[in-house]
Design a protein around this ligand. Sequence first.
Ligand code: G1P
Length: 300
Amino acid sequence: MPVKLAVIPVAGRGTRLVPLTKSLPKEMLPVGRKPVVQYVVEELNRCGLERLLFITGPTKAAIENYFDLDVELVNHLRETGKEELLLELAFEKADLQYFYTRQRRQLGLGHAVLCAESFVGKEPFAVALGDTILGINEKARVVERMIQVFEECGADAVIAFEETPLEETFRYGIAAPADLSNPEVFPLADIVEKPSPKEAPSQLAVASRYIFRPGIFEFLKKTKPGKNDEIQLTDAIQALIAAGGKVLGVKVAPHEHRFDIGNFESYFGAFLEFALADPDFGDSVREKMRALLHEEGSCR
Ligand code: G1P
């Protein structure tokens, strides 16, 4: 069965980005010209996914509104001679179906994925975290490669990984590869949620994209609260590996670099990079930044 369904968890409150996220979902924060979640949806569309199930929460209605067809706005732009802006709304017409369900209790990422169980049924599915952009300029195709590996190798799960500095391992799920003879696609012997640098089995960090068979739900149901007292997806994957499941890692390419929008430091960094890469305004942003940095330098 081909992988056509993606589950997009967007229920997390984004507490590290308060007050921005008090009433605005962190997935709706702008990075350059678009909200974070639009990059995620466009990436999945590019990689051949057709049905998207968002796992949402109480403050996330803006996401549903965003992906609706806005006929009123389209008519208004036409009537006022602003046809060129219609291009910016082209994403509304993508050949995608949108579905939404709520995670009614904040019990962690593993629990959020478990909320998709009855919708998923018997088909394999992707999971893409709604607060993480992969790559600049719409080039990331790692999910497409993951699906190919998943199908060719008959894997039970395929997970995207990106090298992270040793001091950052405590932020991510970290792989223990069984064999790195092919560093691009490798089997996992284990995976650990947010280990300290000392305990980290490698520097390969989960990069927010996964492919699963529905069998993962049985492991999720048995998963007890782990790190931060939450039901962790990583712990269910660990149990799947321990039970003999075939779990493979796929490395993201340098141009598919992960932009986490989970804290101010990484959010500011992501916005700057996207603004600098903007085809129309990148150069003027660059000039402005140079001037600011120059001023800052001369004040020291
Ligand atoms: C989650 C996962 C973690 C993963 C990370 C980024 O953590 O639990 O394993 O590395 O996403 O993909 P969170 O950032 O939600 O705390």
